[in-house]
Design a protein around this ligand. Structure first.
Ligand SMILES: C[S@@+](CC[C@H](N)C(=O)[O-])C[C@H]1O[C@@H](n2cnc3c(N)ncnc32)[C@H](O)[C@@H]1O
Length: 295
């Protein structure tokens, strides 16, 4: 099925594919999947927690030297020290696995970037985190987490107010200093069209073959979900792209208005629109008011 999908993608002229998850390195045929993409000359990027990079990907990539210009890695690093990162990931040793994976990427001249989520334990240290990250890679995405039941129950996600303050600080003090740092999960509320995933990339396809408007809406897919563009069993890729473009156009119409709050341009609010935040209505959390009081 994957080969057939990539044949369709190559025929449509798709040049870039991002493999993310879940954890893509847990997919048993990950190397074969990359091989298929390489054979079509498609650029491959992988977002990973880095835990299995040395064991699974490194031995494969070492022998693929002529294709490595098509390949890039993005690792998640949720703190600038082992204690902070490993406590978010709930797995000791994770921090050093990421650092070793970065080192191995450099050894193979593979482009590498970081996604660093901003959470309760690192929110006071964003500057230090950027300095640390940029010592190792060229680009960093700072992630504003969307609330999930687990993040709220485990008290890992900052309050909306804490996030608002840190976003302001990042815009004012960090981005002017480090142009290779971006904020992810929220778009500038003063720009009418949110230049987020669905506009910059194509549709997302999950392991069940469900096709959605954005990877962040993957788990909201159900029979009559608004973010669904179909399932590969019944929908060809060209049809999915056609639906994706129509949905972008509807989305723009909906979004082109003055955003009443910074959260109107967040992945969390978008998830509410597409039915992925209904659980939050019943939660005792400040997030409920922020996301559900917006028009
Ligand atoms: C979903 S993971 C998938 C790839 C891989 N398993 C990993 O951990 O990097 C991709 C990125 O999403 C971030 N992420 C996790 N939970 C999130 C949330 N609730 N809202 C926004 N981003 C989140 C992770 O920190 C990670 O950098």
């Amino acid at each position: 099925m994957f080969t057939h999908l990539i044949d369709q993608a190559a025929y449509l002229g798709i040049e870039d594919v991002c493999l993310t998850g879940g954890e893509p390195l847990l997919y048993p045929d990950i190397c074969e999947a990359i091989e298929v993409l390489f054979s079509k000359g498609i650029n491959v990027s992988i977002v990973s927690n880095g835990y299995l990079f040395q064991e699974i990907l490194y031995p494969f990539l070492k022998h693929k030297k002529s294709h490595l210009h098509l390949f890039s890695m993005c690792f998640s690093l949720d703190g600038a020290d082992p204690e902070t990162h490993d406590s978010f990931r709930q797995k000791s040793g994770s921090f050093f696995k990421v650092l070793e994976a970065i080192r191995l990427c450099h050894e193979l001249n593979i482009e590498v970037s970081l996604k660093m989520s901003i959470w309760k334990k690192n929110i006071e240290n964003i500057f230090e985190m950027c300095v640390f990250g940029l010592e190792h890679v060229n680009e960093i995405g700072l992630i504003i987490l969307s609330p999930t039941p687990n993040l709220i129950k485990m008290d890992l996600i900052p309050t909306p107010k804490q996030y608002e303050e840190v976003i302001w600080d990042i815009r004012r003090k960090i981005i002017p200093l480090f142009p290779k740092v971006e904020i992810e999960g929220i778009c500038d509320p003063d720009i009418p069209i949110p230049l987020c995933n669905p506009f910059l990339s194509g549709p997302n396809i999950d392991y069940r073959g469900d096709i959605t408007f954005c990877c962040n809406l993957s788990n909201t897919t159900s029979e009559n979900n608004k973010a669904s563009l179909g399932n590969l069993a019944k929908t060809s890729l060209d049809k999915a792209f056609y639906r994706h473009i129509l949905m972008c156009s509807d989305f723009v119409k909906y979004m082109v208005k003055k955003a009443p709050s910074i959260w109107s341009r967040s992945c969390a609010y978008c998830s509410r629109i597409f039915g992925g935040m209904n659980w939050l209505k019943d939660m005792d959390s400040e997030w409920r008011n922020v996301i559900w009081n917006l028009p």
